[in-house]
Design a protein around this ligand. Structure first.
Ligand code: ZN
Ligand code: ZN
Length: 364
């Protein structure tokens, strides 16, 4: 799973995309673009880290001297360290010298970008997002293997939820137990553990709190973490005791909506059409107003990245794209439900990366 030329190949593709866009230099700071091209994930600090990519020169990773031991050497780029008494803006400006149009990574702190801009009057600055998105939106086989592995780990965590006792436990306690399960299943990092019960389940990004769960609650459990840099993200809905007929019927519609959306995924279909496939089923069941978010988002080195599966998007799906399909129904003040799996677009259709049971989990 370690292609020694991976980063050199990606930097070469980035340069081709830069040239296509008329960009003659690119600077990437913290965020996922940097590990994508170098394998190095920078800690977001007041000390500047920046990869400078130019067509005619070796890529240069400018890092604080004290962070340099964390950089794994790679012939794809050279490492330029700066000490506490150096001005890293001088170093970056020197590396960018002569460029007319410079693309800057979207997650670069404004304090650094403003300083670079002051140092280089007359240079046009633009976003590196279109360049990096064009590379990262389609995953290579190594990335797909990493996403499948982390999806299997979150599936194992989901499967173990049925053995837990929710009744009498607070959301926050359960979130902590699930975080431990994510780590035990092989995740190296826990990104989020949403446990939203009863009326709280109607809030899609609810922060687990002190509410004690009780019979009759529906509970949305949306969890994810990282393994080898790649992210998991999956949601199941639980019910403490047997669900009411209203909840059962709504859940059946939710499941049909997810099936319809996944069945619509294939190369050439638009992201908007996938959203519509899910939304139509939920609207026909009478819950159109209660599906208050987009159907999904891309996933890779970041939990949320392109492509976004949203109404009106004309982004055409291509093999290697990976994203969530996560329809939800939210009845304010009463209950909520969501069902989320990650899928990958294949040469002729779709493959699911999450395989845990999709029924409404009945728990104690
Ligand atoms: Zn999620
Ligand atoms: Zn998601």
């Amino acid at each position: 799973m370690n292609d020694p030329t991976r980063h050199a190949d990606r930097i070469a593709r980035a340069i081709a995309a830069m040239q296509h866009d008329g960009v003659d230099a690119m600077g990437l700071s913290v965020g996922a673009d940097l590990p994508y091209l170098t394998g190095y994930r920078a800690v977001p600090l007041e000390r500047l880290t920046m990869l400078v990519v130019r067509p005619q020169a070796a890529a240069a990773l400018v890092v604080p001297e004290l962070e340099a031991p964390r950089v794994v050497p790679d012939p794809a780029f050279r490492v330029v360290t700066w000490s506490e008494t150096d001005d890293p803006i001088d170093i970056v400006a020197e590396l960018l010298d002569g460029a007319h149009r410079v693309a800057i990574g979207a997650q670069t702190w404004s304090r650094f970008l403003l300083a670079i801009q002051r140092r280089m009057p007359g240079v046009e600055f633009t976003s590196a997002d279109p360049i990096m998105r064009s590379l990262r939106i389609r995953k290579d086989p190594e990335e797909l293997a990493a996403l499948a592995a982390v999806a299997a780990a979150v599936d194992a965590t989901m499967a173990s939820l049925r053995d837990l006792r929710f009744s009498g436990t607070t959301e926050r306690e359960m979130a902590r137990i699930i975080a431990d399960l994510l780590l035990a299943s092989g995740h190296e990092e826990v990104d989020f553990t949403i446990v939203a019960s009863g009326p709280n389940a109607a809030s899609p990004h609810h922060e687990p709190g002190s509410r004690v769960m009780a019979p009759g609650d529906t509970i949305v459990v949306d969890i994810g973490g990282g393994m080898a840099g790649y992210r998991s993200d999956s949601t199941r809905t639980l019910c403490v005791g047997e669900p009411t007929s209203e909840v059962s019927a709504a859940y059946a519609a939710l499941r049909r909506a997810q099936e319809a959306a996944i069945a619509a995924v294939r190369p050439g279909a638009t992201a908007g059409a996938i959203d519509r496939a899910a939304r139509t089923v939920i609207a026909e069941a009478g819950y159109g107003e209660a599906f208050i978010h987009r159907t999904g988002h891309g996933i890779g080195l970041e939990t949320h990245e392109a492509p976004y599966i949203v109404e009106g998007s004309d982004t055409a799906l291509e093999p290697g794209m990976t994203f969530s399909i996560e329809p939800g129904i939210y009845m304010a003040g009463r209950w909520g439900m969501r069902l989320e799996d990650i899928v990958v677009v294949t040469a002729d259709g779709v493959e699911r990366l999450n395989r845990s049971d999709r029924v409404l989990y009945v728990v104690e």
